[in-house]
Design a protein around this ligand. Sequence first.
Ligand code: ZN
Length: 130
Amino acid sequence: MSEETNGKQGKAQVDFICPENSCDGIVQFNLNECTTGKIQALCPKCHKPYVFDHELRQKFTKLQNLISAVRDAESILGDCCVSVDVPGGSVKVPYALLLTRLNTMLTLRVGDKTVDFHLWIEPSSPQTFR
Ligand SMILES: [Zn+2]
């Protein structure tokens, strides 16, 4: 995963609610940057800095690999659907829609707290939804 390909991958933004006492600031960071270990996420409200340790970065790296695999398959994903059974029949949800329009959440333990990381991904091509 080189720096040069990052531009083509679209954005993968992650945010989480600051778990500090009574702080509900939304801490945001870029997934691509956090896996390299270069960044520190900062809570905009209480200004607490978050540094991701090796274990957490490994999890984010796996997540990033998953996103890359999905992006790789984007051209065929437009033709793939998930069929969901509902009363009276079934509804087909296109994969591309499922992956980008629904919230993807990763719940991880950080220290002694459980933190929900929300993932926001954009398709590398806007054509995916045509
Ligand atoms: Zn905070």
